[in-house]
Design a protein around this ligand. Sequence first.
Ligand SMILES: [Mg+2]
Length: 237
Amino acid sequence: MENLEAVLFDLDGTLYDYNKCHEKGLESAYEYMEGKYDIPYDKFIDLYRKARFENHKELVGSSSSHNRIHYFKRLLKLYNSKFKSDVVLDLYKAYYKGFFDGITTFKGVEELFEELVDKGISIGVVTNLNSRIQIEKIDKLGLSSFVDVFVTSEETSREKPHSSVFLLALHRLDVSEEEVLMVGDDFEKDVKGALSVGIDSVLLDKECEYGESSEQFEVVESINEVGELIEKVFSEN
Ligand SMILES: [Mg+2]
């Protein structure tokens, strides 16, 4: 690697525990639903999964494929209810109320960002999903002041692993692919996507599912290890 000028980070599952927040979001949405309709939790989750599946199938590759407003609109339809704007909006609000309740970064994220800023390395966030909600996440995580460039798939209309998200980040940072490192928790979307445009990658594999590093990309188990890796790359130059 030449001079390291910037590090790109995925957001969900890389900077904070997405699964935990999502679970809390679903519980909160269910609490609202239960207050309105006589529906057991299992049935609610089943309808949510069906709604998500349908939405993904129709909108695959676009940020809208993950938009919860579509999921809840479809969920209501699958529940054989007519369209009700207030219920759709309230489900969406309840989901994100639960989702954001106590959201916090993974241990070591702030320290790593501080270290990068100290070294003069820029920070970019490249993420799939619509801008409105992803910006709220970075805001609630308190990371906004560290981030130089923030790119969502809604802005490029194509999702990672598509090159457009990565190329837009390079353009906005005014750096070349050789000067950047990508860090993400999804092998297909983050690692393969970045590699396809020539960006070296680090897979954050918290559950140790993936295994060994290869010549093309590194595998780490924690954000602290990302810091150590960057320290190594930095000191080599
Ligand atoms: Mg992710």
